[in-house]
Ligand binder design. Sequence first.
Ligand SMILES: Nc1ncnc2c1ncn2[C@@H]1O[C@H](COP(=O)(O)OP(=O)(O)O)[C@@H](O)[C@H]1O
Ligand SMILES: [Mg+2]
Length: 260
Amino acid sequence: MIRIERISKAFGGLQAVRDVSLDVEPGSITGLIGPNGAGKSTLFNIIAGLIPADTGRIYLEGQDITGRRPHRLFHQGLVRTFQVPHEFARMTVRENLMVVPPAQAGENLLQSWFRWEKVRRQESAVRDRAEDVLEFLSLDHLADERAANLSGGQKKLLDLGRTMMTDARAVLLDEPGAGVNRTLLGKISDAIQRLNRERGYTFFLIEHDMDLIAKLCNPVHVMANGGLIASGPMAEIRQNEEVREAYLGGGVSATMGASE
Ligand SMILES: Nc1ncnc2c1ncn2[C@@H]1O[C@H](COP(=O)(O)OP(=O)(O)O)[C@@H](O)[C@H]1O
Ligand SMILES: [Mg+2]
């Protein structure tokens, strides 16, 4: 689905990503872990077209998308959500879903005039789809709530919901579990699993919660100091000596979780 080929990126003298190659298989929930500063978010930002790589190529379903801007990737079904969700705070939850443009509408600017008319006609279809998403994510009781009033975890669910309003096929998630309470974390991971199984979404996700990674992801890739140091099922990753050392050197917040 996504092929990352020898990507490198430096910020000044700091090599944030060094020569990383990996594949995100279609239909997988692929994990990316590593201590803080490992280069995970930088790699995501490169895939998502937010920053350019110094070297290397990115392919989406065989097509070279290196350096392609986020809105173009969006139309090709590649969507990313953010570590800090940036919903439209003053709009309601339902409105936040309804303003997401359908990815299949095309990106030709000349079409946008006609699209208005089309969008108006499609509004009830969009509304139906939003209701579907609200139900799928158990957010229906919050449909008329302003997004600003949601908890951090509910905002993440909403962010995930917005990807469901598109025809996303590949979703990049940067720390969906960060700052989320246990109950909502369960909901978010259920939603990811169901989107993967029932709707065929491919996920590539960064997460610090090792239990979440173990539950959802296979394979898991590990970065440290910008480089890829291990790949495989989480059970193997947990036994990997180099990975353990990378985490021990990574400081207090980094831990491999329950392993023995
Ligand atoms: N825009 C930037 N400018 C300068 N340095 C950056 C920038 N983004 C990230 N870095 C640095 O690159 C390294 C990797 O960061 P990041 O990709 O955010 O790591 P991770 O997501 O794994 O914690 C860090 O040392 C970070 O300080
Ligand atoms: Mg990060």
